[in-house]
Ligand binder design. Structure first.
Ligand code: NAD
Length: 349
């Protein structure tokens, strides 16, 4: 049985991916500082399996710590080796993700996202672990006129958050190009993950004021307070930004497919867009949310936000072809699962 290290595994995408990893028969070690998450997400994962009468006690281990601390990362690898279960691969989610905060505090983002990744990757190499799935972002593409963004589209981030993702991608590319027979690397460029696990036992749980639109829509609907929609003068059908929303479980599944693919193929580096290939404007999303959940989402228009781009929609053909991965959950399902999570857990974890 393969053992996978999941950094940032207590967070939104990490926790949903942990469920899929366990379902696929992997054992996991989670590293998380809990700076932006709650340990209860991991307890809830156990609950999901208990409901199916499956005990995952020994298959999920948690290590609280920060990737800024290289010795800590090394200790996790060493403990695993001592148990005769060396870590076979890493899914690296741990990172800060607020575009607006990164504009205000780029040093914090470079330290956490780039230096943290550097420590992790160096420790992996020292422990003979060279398989990694890295959480990158569509933000690396910046402003583009491409209607559907391909992996070969120009990389030109327009905010520090995107620059940090780009820097880690570059580091992984340099490593791979130096020793092509050593590394197995999948760089996943996510579009906009939303929704929640269908059990409503885990979901998105922002500890600070959220920056992305979906948790803001949920809060506006729940509290019946106005949501700010940034800009109604973008060159789109209704003037609001267009994004490629993807159900969190489709995104999580993409990680399992990427990991399985890396493990069963020769060393390589692949960049993959992980989106549905369909764009929805902010107003489209609000209307669908209102309709499917029978709830009003009050909103007002506000000025465009610094660092935002007009349209980001994936060309996802490469991921479909290489991984045989097919996102199939609808925008309605995303809205329903996200709202159910909120209704059953109004204060999060
Ligand atoms: N959610 C999105 O819309 C989105 C889109 C594109 C890319 N991403 C990337 O995916 C990854 C996961 O995102 P998420 O939405 O699950 O965010 P999240 O904040 O819910 O999860 C990130 C987790 O990493 C942990 N963490 C952060 N820095 C750490 C460090 N230095 N050491 C240890 N743990 C640390 C946090 O405590 C948190 O649990 C991030 O790297 C993010 O940049 C997210």
């Amino acid at each position: 049985m393969k053992r996978i290290l999941v950094t940032g595994g207590a967070g939104f995408i990490g926790s949903h991916t942990c469920v899929c990893l366990l379902e696929s028969g992997y054992e996991i070690c989670v590293i998380d500082s809990l700076s932006h998450s709650n340990i209860k997400s991991l307890y809830q994962i156990k609950e999901i399996f208990l409901k199916k009468k499956i005990n995952i006690k020994d298959k999920l281990k948690f290590f609280k710590g920060d990737l800024i601390d290289k010795e800590f990362i090394d200790s996790v690898f060493k403990k695993s080796k001592k148990e005769n279960k060396p870590i076979n691969g890493v899914i690296h989610f741990a990172g800060l993700k607020s575009v607006s905060e990164s504009v205000l505090n780029p040093l914090k983002y470079w330290e956490n996202n780039v230096f943290g990744s550097f420590n992790l990757i160096k420790t992996m190499l020292e422990n003979n672990c060279t398989t990694i799935v890295f959480s990158s972002s569509a933000t690396v593409y910046g402003n583009t006129s491409d209607s559907l963004i391909k992996e070969s589209s120009k990389i030109q981030p327009i905010n520090p958050y995107g620059s940090t993702k780009c820097a880690v991608e570059n580091l992984l590319n340099d490593l791979f190009n130096t020793k092509k027979d050593e590394w197995r690397i999948a760089i996943l460029r996510y579009f906009n993950p939303i929704g929640a696990h269908p059990s409503s036992l885990i979901g998105e749980n922002p500890l600070q004021k959220p920056n992305n639109i979906f948790p803001l829509i949920i809060n506006a609907a729940y509290e019946q307070k106005h949501l700010k929609v940034f800009g109604n003068d973008w060159p789109t059908h209704d003037g609001t930004c267009i994004r490629d929303y993807i159900h969190i479980m489709d995104l999580a599944d993409g990680h399992i497919k990427a990991l399985d693919y890396l493990i069963s193929n020769n060393s390589q580096l692949i960049n993959l867009n992980i989106g549905t290939g369909h764009g929805h404007s902010v107003l489209d999303l609000i209307k669908t949310f209102e309709l499917i959940n029978n709830v009003k989402v009050p909103f007002i228009f506000s000025n465009r936000r610094k660092g935002d781009v007009c349209k980001l929609v994936a060309n996802n053909l490469r991921a479909k072809r290489i991984l045989s991965w097919f996102p199939n959950r609808s925008i309605e399902q995303m809205c329903r699962d996200g709202w159910n999570w909120k209704m059953l857990n109004p204060n999060g974890f």
